[in-house]
Design a protein around this ligand. Sequence first.
Ligand SMILES: [Zn+2]
Length: 181
Amino acid sequence: MVEELPKDIRSFIDGIEITEDGALIFKGRRFVFAPGVLFSVSLMGALVERFSRVLGPVGRRALVNYGRRLAKELESLGAKGVLEYYLSLEHLMGFGRNELVEFSESRVVYRVYGSLYGEETGAYFKMKGIEPTATCNSGYIVEGILNYFAEKEGKPLFTSEEVKCKAKGDEYCEFVVRRAA
Ligand SMILES: [Zn+2]
């Protein structure tokens, strides 16, 4: 049985417990408050800048594996259920508001409004005079989720692409995750 997520960010914050040693715990998992700029630049901006704008294979694998772990843990929800759970969790944690636009056998499309990475990394690119580029990375986590189920079902795997990004001036970020033909 999977526990339901809080309905909004306020109730998520109210549900966080603080241990004597100062750890922030929500439903048995540790969370952390971090300035958005530190988080997005250390995790994305600097990596992208250093490794020619492509998240390295190690970083990418870590995100895919996070998605797979989540899918395994919440397997009873099914692919769409796990995806929706993940998108809600990202919203609660302050990464931006997600909207699932399409979920079909061959294609999944979702949008992120007010993306933390898009806004902060975009500002970082601007400050450093780097040409803006699509920079968000949740698509790899979604690949991990969908491909966990695709493998179980013996179907072709998905690959994600961020087709719109706030970091390059789009109104919102949009990911298209396609299954190989
Ligand atoms: Zn983006």
